[in-house]
Write a protein that binds this ligand. Structure first.
Ligand code: COA
Length: 293
C-alpha cells in the first residue's frame, strides 16, 4: 500500500520538522490502515518506529515503505507474529524495541478487530474475540511498555471509538471493549501521571479508505454517510495522523485523561452506520432464535 503522507507533511504542515527527533514510538496494529498513517506522520517528523503486528508479510512491507519515505532503512523496526492477546508476545516486542532503539517514548495501542453482528447472532466466543483483541490487547500493550515509558516520561495513546456513546446496534462487542479502553486510559492518566506519563485516547469517526469503514459501510452508502456528518465529509487518515502528532507533541503537555474525538461532529447526530439494517435484521434474528426453542 503506498504511503498516504509525503514530505509536504513536513514542509507545508503545521509541525516542526524535527519534532520527534531521537524519540521512539511503539505501535500495535502498525500495518493497519489508520495506524500506519499515524506511523508515517511520526516518522516524517523525526521519530523511529517499532511496528508490531500479526501478519509478517504486511508488516515488513509497511516497514520498508515507511523507511523509504524518509530514505533511512534504520528508522523502522517490524516486529511480526505478535498477537496482542498474548502478554508474552508484547513483552518480547518491547524487549526487541529496546534492543534496537534503546528507548520507547510513545505507545499507540491501535490493534483492533471488529465486525457487524447483532446480539442474538453473537456467540460468546465472538464477543470474547473482539474484547480480547481490543481491550485486553490494549492493556497488554501498555502494561509491557510502561517500565520503558517511566524511564522516558513518555505518553500513551489508545485508539478508541464512539460506538459506546449511545446504543449503536450491531456494534456491541467493540462498544463494550472501547468503553473499557476509555476507562483504562482514565485510570492510567491518574496512576501514571505522577511518574511523568500522560494517557489519552483518540476516537476516530468515519474515516475514508480504512479497514474499519469498509467493514461498517457499503461503498454505495458513502454519500449518505457524508450527509450525516456535520462537517459534510468523511474523515481522512491524515486527520487522525495530525491529531496523533498533537497529542504526543509538547503542545499537549497538560492534556491527560482526555478522549479526542476526531469525527467531524458525527456522533452528536446519533448517526447509525448500520441504519439500513435497523431494526428489521434484529427482529429477524430474534424470530430465528425463538424458532430454535
Ligand atoms: N459475525 C459474527 N461472528 C463472527 C464474525 C462475524 N462477522 N467473524 C468472526 N466471528 C466469530 C467466529 O464465528 C468465532 O466464534 P465461534 O467460535 O463461536 O464460531 C469468533 O468470532 C472468533 O473467530 P475467529 O475467526 O477465530 O477470530 P479471530 O480471533 O482470529 O479474529 C476477528 C478476530 C473476528 C475480530 C477478525 O475479524 C479480525 O481478526 N479482525 C482484524 C482486523 C479488523 O477487524 N480490523 C478492523 C478494525 S476496526
Amino acid at each position: 500500500m503506498p504511503c498516504t503522507l509525503d514530505q509536504s507533511f513536513v514542509t507545508k504542515g503545521s509541525w516542526k520538522p524535527d519534532l520527534f527527533k531521537d524519540k521512539v514510538v511503539f505501535i500495535t496494529g502498525g500495518s493497519g490502515t489508520i495506524c500506519r498513517v499515524q506511523a508515517e506522520a511520526m516518522i516524517l517528523l523525526g521519530c523511529r518506529a517499532a511496528l508490531v503486528g500479526r501478519d509478517d508479510k504486511k508488516l515488513i512491507e509497511t516497514s520498508n515503505e515507511l523507511c523509504d519515505l524518509v530514505n533511512d532503512s534504520e528508522r523502522c523496526l517490524p516486529i511480526p507474529n505478535v498477537d496482542v492477546r498474548e502478554y508474552n508476545d508484547l513483552e518480547n516486542a518491547v524487549h526487541l524495541t529496546l534492543k534496537k532503539f534503546g528507548r520507547i517514548d510513545y505507545v499507540i495501542a491501535g490493534a483492533a478487530g471488529n465486525f457487524i453482528c447483532d446480539f442474538m447472532n453473537l456467540s460468546p466466543n465472538a464477543f470474547k474475540s473482539v474484547v480480547s483483541i481490543d481491550l485486553l490487547g490494549s492493556f497488554n500493550t501498555v502494561k509491557a511498555a510502561t517500565p520503558a515509558l517511566i524511564k522516558s516520561k513518555g505518553s500513551i495513546l489508545f485508539v478508541s471509538a464512539t460506538f459506546h456513546y449511545y446504543g449503536v446496534p450491531f456494534q456491541g462487542p467493540v462498544g463494550a471493549a472501547k468503553a473499557g479502553i476509555d476507562a483504562l486510559s482514565n485510570n492510567l492518566a491518574v496512576e501514571l501521571a505522577p511518574l511523568g506519563i500522560r494517557s489519552n485516547c483518540i476516537a476516530p469517526g468515519a474515516i475514508d479508505d480504512t479497514e474499519g469503514f469498509k467493514r461498517l459501510s457499503k461503498p454505495e452508502l458513502k454519500e449518505s454517510v457524508k450527509e450525516m456528518i456535520p462537517l459534510q465529509r468523511l474523515g481522512t487518515k491524515k486527520d487522525i495522523a495530525e491529531s496523533t502528532v498533537f497529542i504526543f507533541s509538547p503542545a499537549a503537555n497538560y492534556i491527560n485523561g482526555h478522549t479526542l474525538v476526531v469525527d467531524g461532529g458525527m456522533w452528536h447526530t446519533g448517526t447509525l452506520f448500520t441504519k439500513e439494517m435497523y431494526p428489521h435484521e434484529i427482529v429477524k434474528s430474534a424470530k430465528t432464535a425463538i424458532a430454535k426453542l
